[in-house]
Write a protein that binds this ligand. Structure first.
Ligand code: ADP
Ligand code: ASP
Ligand code: MG
Length: 409
């Protein structure tokens, strides 16, 4: 019998009616002759609510306790989905991440999955029981409950699909698939019938939050076919698959934006070997995830170094930069909270020159200033003023003819 892992995001289980609709779909999939493992997120904005509650209670939130709190959200969903399945006569049993055998490292609030021991889920499936697993959570070797970072239920689903050798993993959400841009920003964005793992990695890495980056990495590494679909319309969605070498690749498949980073600039840095190394070593040792880096040409033996870091790592990064600045005789540390990154992604970029020029021209025509640039073989990203980010996405979406064109087969 084929096995499918179905993951339902927060909006898909937001209220009692949505939970009954999910149970109904699971029951139909079973009647269609397939085994199902269900992974659920917390209902609606429950996780945001729990984080706010923690902030209201205390300025100090030990990671272990925050994880214990947040995992409660997914537990509520899993139990309710099982009850809705029971009413439909479908045998189901809920499992926390720990019960499902999801073993992680000990890094609270952003733990990585080290191993999936799927025996309990396999036993349930063998007994004809549908396992309903709480997403976003695991247990560390020290037997503490951990969470996988925001959006982590996608990763739970793909990791289970890999461990159980599922035939596919379906990610149900509130849009009908992966679009040429976030449909909330570009209402006329098109759904992509298929997208390669390579492109999806870049889309997820640059703000296209429909799939969390780590889940795409996992799916690619373990060859799990993924489908992103809507739990509101149930229509066919977007397949994320290995690249098909026989198919022509779109030059630009999607435009993304990301406002989750801040920009730091250290001015008047002496232009000597080893200075940049000391700064980025200190940041790396503090586990700060540096994204873009730009160093200006030297004037009078000094230069400016700008780099972006996740907003969540702002205070650590600023502390390090300010601590180091007098030691390296730099002038000042400036922080810009109002930046955004806009990116264009497309596998066909590798063989089609001119994408960069088109991107820069389109932004220039709209008077949008480019502050920093970074590229990969299939992506170009620019840092712009946060206030221009949505306009930039709409302008680039149009400049690359992504609206209304024939969908890719
Ligand atoms: P879930 O709670 O189901 O995990 P998310 O909010 O994490 O849902 O992801 C779905 C959202 O991702 C959509 O509502 C959409 O606004 C956003 N999104 C951003 N970029 C894209 C894109 N390129 N295609 C589709 N959705 C996107
Ligand atoms: N509930 C978690 C979050 O809101 C995990 C998830 O939904 O994937 O981030
Ligand atoms: Mg999500």
């Amino acid at each position: 019998m084929a096995l499918v892992v179905q993951k339902y995001g927060g909006t898909s289980v937001a209220d009692a009616e949505r939970i009954r609709a999910v149970a109904d779909h699971v029951a139909r999939t079973r009647r269609g002759g397939e085994d199902v493992v269900v992974v659920v997120s917390a209902m609606g904005k429950t996780t945001d609510g729990l984080i706010r509650l923690a902030e209201d209670v205390s300025a100090v939130q030990p990671g272990r306790e925050l994880d214990m709190l947040l995992t409660a959200g997914e537990r509520i969903s899993m139990a309710l989905v099982c009850m809705a399945l029971a009413e439909l006569g479908v045998a189901a049993a809920s499992f926390t991440g720990s019960q499902a055998g999801i073993i992680t490292d000990e890094v609270h609030t952003k733990a990585k999955i080290l191993e999936v021991r799927g025996d309990r889920l396999r036993e349930a499936l063998a007994r004809g029981v549908v396992p309903v697993v709480a997403g976003f959570q695991g247990v560390s070797a020290a037997r503490d409950v951990t969470t996988l970072g925001r959006g982590g239920s996608d990763t739970t689903a793909v990791a289970l699909a890999a461990a159980l050798a599922a035939d596919r993993c379906e990610i149900y959400t509130d849009v009908t698939g992966v679009f040429t841009a976030d449909p909330r920003i570009v209402p006329r964005a098109r759904r992509l019938p298929r997208v390669s793992f390579e492109e999806m990695l870049e889309i997820s890495a640059t703000g296209g939050r429909v799939l969390i980056l780590r889940s795409v990495e996992f799916a690619r590494n373990h060859h799990v076919p993924l489908e992103v679909r809507s739990s509101f319309t149930w229509e066919p969605g977007t397949w994320v698959l290995e690249e098909d070498p026989t198919m022509e690749q779109a030059t630009v498949s999607a435009v993304t934006s990301d406002t989750s980073e801040v920009k730091l600039t250290i001015t008047g840095v002496p232009d000597r070997p080893g200075i940049a190394a000391s700064l980025f070593r200190a940041l790396a040792d503090a586990s700060v995830n540096v994204d873009m880096i730009v160093q200006n040409t030297s004037h009078d033996g000094t230069t400016d170094i700008s780099f972006t870091v996740p907003r969540t790592e702002r205070s650590v990064a600023v502390g390090i930069a300010e601590g180091l600045s007098p030691k390296i005789d730099a002038a000042a540390v400036l922080v810009d909270d109002g930046v955004a990154q806009v990116s264009v992604v497309g596998a066909g970029m590798k063989t089609n020159p001119g994408v960069t020029a088109t991107m820069f021209e389109a932004l220039a025509a709209a008077q949008i200033n480019i502050q920093m640039i970074s590229t990969s073989p299939i992506r170009i990203s620019c840092v712009v003023d946060a206030g221009s980010a949505d306009d930039a996405v709409r302008i680039l979406h149009q400049a690359f003819g992504l609206e209304g064109a024939a969908p890719r087969a």
